[in-house]
Design a protein around this ligand. Structure first.
Ligand code: HEM
Length: 461
C-alpha cells in the first residue's frame, strides 16, 4: 500500500486536470463511431479512399487516438515535468475545438460522396483543429520548456511528437484544400506517405514512447534511467522526423518525395526497434513480479508495434495490402491496445485519487486495483486483441467479410472496456460498505474541484 501511495503522490500530486475524463469519453465515442462504420462495411480492405472510409480513418486516428493522447498529455505533462501545466484554464476550449474540428473534418469528407456542404466543412475543419491543437500546445510546450523538460527522455520525446503534430496538421490542411479544389501544386500520392508517417509514426507513436517511459517505470516499479538506448531512440526518431518533413515539403510543392519518405520509414522502424529493446530492458529491471492487467496487455501492443515496424519497408515499397496492414497494426494494434489497457488503469487511478486520497490517514482506504475487475478487463482486452489480429489478416488477404467480423469483435471489446471504465467511476467493484455516500460525476468535473491552479484566479484560496 505504501508504495502505491508514494507512487500516486509522485505521479499526480495535486495536479489533477479537471477535463481528463471528458477527453477520454469523447475519444471513446469517436472510437465507437469509427468501428461502427467498419462493422457495416463502409470502411474496409481496398476501400479507404471513399468519403465515408476517410471519415472512419480520421474519427479513429484524430478523434479516438489523438484526443486520448492530448487528454493524457494534459494530465501527465505536469508529472513528466514535476510542475503545474501552463494555462490550465485552456483545457476545456482545447477539448471542444479538437473534438468539434475532428467531427467537422469527418463530415467534410462526405463531400467526396457528393454531399455539397461537405466542401465548406472540409475547409473549416483545419481552422478549428489549428485552434484546438494551438491551445493544447500553449499548455504543454511552455510547461515542457520551463521545466527543462528537454533534459529528460520523456519530455524530449513529447516535444518531438508535438512538432510532428504541427507537420501533420500542415500536410492534412494542404491536402484538404487540394480536395476542396484550391488548385494547389501538391502531389497527393507523394504527400500521403508523409502525412501518415507524421500522424501514426510521428505524433502518436512518439508521444506514446514519451508517456510510456514514465508510466511503464511506475507500473513495473522499475528504475528510470535516461541511458544510451533512450538517446538512440530519440536520435532515430529525430532523423525520421526530419526526413519526413523533407518528404512532405517536396510533395507540397509537387515534387516526387517517395525516396525520402522511404528513408524516413526505415529510420522510424529502426527507432521503434531500439524503443522495444529499451522497453525489454526496463521490463527485466522491474521490482513488481506479478504484472497487473494493463501491463500484461501492453505486451500485445508492443508485439503489434514490432510487427508494424517490420512491415513498414514493404508498405512503403509496395503499398496496397501491405500498407493497409501496417497502418492498421500501428493504429489499432500498437496505439489502441496500449491506450485501452492504460485507460482502465488511469481511470481507476484518477477515481482513487479523487475519492480516496483525501481520506488517507483518516480511515482505511482500498487499493487502486480494488476499483477494477481485472478478469473482465483482461477478457475485453483479449477480444480487442483478437479483433486486431483478425482485422490485420483480413486486410492482408483483402477479405471484406473477415474485416467486418474483426471490427465487430473490436467494437464489442471497446464497448466492454467503456462499460468497465463506467463501473470504475461508480465504484461498482467495491464492496458497498466501502463506497462513500456521494460519488463525483462520471465524466464532468465538480465545479472547481481539482487543483487550485485549475481554478479561476478570483476563486483561489
Ligand atoms: C493522427 C492523425 C492522422 C492520421 C493517422 C491520418 C491518416 C490518414 C490516412 C491513412 C489517409 C489516407 C486514407 C486513404 O485514402 O487511404 C489520410 C488522408 C487524408 N487526411 Fe489524414 N490523418 C490524420 C490527421 C489529419 C488531419 C489533422 C487532417 C486535416 C487537417 C487530415 C486530412 C486528410 C485529408 C484531406 C486526406 C485525404 C487526402 C486525399 O484523399 O487525397 N488528416 N489521412
Amino acid at each position: 500500500m505504501g508504495d502505491i501511495i508514494a507512487m500516486v503522490g509522485r505521479m499526480i500530486g495535486k495536479q489533477l486536470s479537471r477535463w481528463t475524463l471528458a477527453w477520454f469519453a469523447w475519444a471513446l465515442c469517436f472510437l465507437i463511431a469509427a468501428l461502427g462504420l467498419g462493422v457495416v462495411g463502409l470502411a474496409g480492405p481496398g476501400a479507404w479512399s471513399t468519403g465515408l472510409a476517410l471519415a472512419a480513418v480520421h474519427l479513429f486516428a484524430l478523434g479516438w487516438l489523438g484526443m486520448m493522447m492530448l487528454g493524457a498529455l494534459i494530465q501527465f505533462t505536469p508529472v513528466l515535468c514535476a510542475r503545474p501545466v501552463a494555462w490550465p484554464g485552456l483545457a476545456l476550449s482545447a477539448l471542444l475545438l479538437t473534438g468539434g474540428g475532428t467531427a467537422v473534418l469527418a463530415a467534410g469528407f462526405l463531400s467526396l460522396e457528393g454531399w455539397g456542404p461537405g466542401q465548406g466543412l472540409l475547409a473549416a475543419a483545419p481552422v478549428l483543429l489549428a485552434a484546438g491543437f494551438g491551445l493544447a500546445g500553449a499548455m504543454l510546450v511552455p510547461t515542457l520548456i520551463a521545466a527543462k523538460g528537454l533534459a529528460g527522455a520523456e519530455g524530449r520525446m513529447v516535444v518531438l511528437a508535438l512538432i510532428a503534430l504541427a507537420g501533420l496538421w500542415a500536410t492534412g490542411t494542404v491536402m484538404a484544400a487540394a480536395l476542396a479544389g484550391a488548385g494547389l501544386p501538391v502531389s497527393l500520392p507523394d504527400a500521403m506517405p508523409a502525412h501518415i508517417l507524421l500522424g501514426a509514426g510521428g505524433w502518436l507513436t512518439l508521444a506514446a514512447f514519451g508517456v510510456s517511459y514514465k508510466l511503464f517505470a511506475m507500473f513495473l516499479l522499475a528504475p528510470e534511467t535516461d541511458g544510451p538506448l533512450r538517446r538512440a531512440v530519440f536520435g532515430g526518431a529525430g532523423l525520421a522526423l526530419g526526413l519526413t518533413f523533407g518528404g512532405a515539403g517536396l510533395a507540397l510543392i509537387g515534387r516526387g518525395a517517395l525516396p525520402l519518405s522511404l528513408l524516413a520509414a526505415l529510420a522510424g522502424a529502426a527507432s521503434a526497434g531500439l524503443y522495444l529493446a529499451e522497453t525489454a530492458r526496463l521490463w527485466r529491471s522491474r521490482r513488481r513480479p506479478q504484472l497487473e492487467v494493463n501491463m500484461r496487455w501492453s505486451r500485445a501492443a508492443l508485439a503489434f508495434l514490432a510487427l508494424s515496424a517490420l512491415l513498414l519497408p514493404a508498405a512503403m515499397l509496395w503499398g496496397g495490402r501491405w500498407a493497409e496492414a501496417a497502418i492498421f497494426l500501428a493504429l489499432a494494434g500498437w496505439l489502441s491496445t496500449l491506450t485501452l489497457a492504460q485507460m482502465v488503469r488511469i481511470v481507476s487511478f484518477l477515481t482513487w485519487i479523487q475519492i480516496f486520497a483525501p481520506q488517507i490517514g483518516r480511515r482505511p482506504v482500498p487499493l487502486v486495483s480494488d476499483l477494477t475487475d481485472a478478469r473482465a478487463t483482461g477478457r475485453w482486452l483479449g477480444l480487442w486483441t483478437a479483433g486486431v489480429a483478425g482485422g490485420t489478416a483480413a486486410l492482408a488477404m483483402g477479405h471484406a467479410g473477415g474485416f467486418r467480423l474483426a471490427a465487430l469483435a473490436m467494437l464489442l471489446g471497446a464497448l466492454g472496456l467503456g462499460r468497465e471504465a463506467w463501473a470504475i467511476r461508480r465504484l461498482r467493484h467495491l464492496d458497498p460498505a466501502r463506497r462513500p455516500d456521494r460519488l463525483p460525476p462520471v465524466i464532468l468535473p465538480l465545479p472547481f474541484q481539482g487543483a487550485p491552479h485549475d481554478r479561476p484566479r478570483s476563486l483561489r484560496a
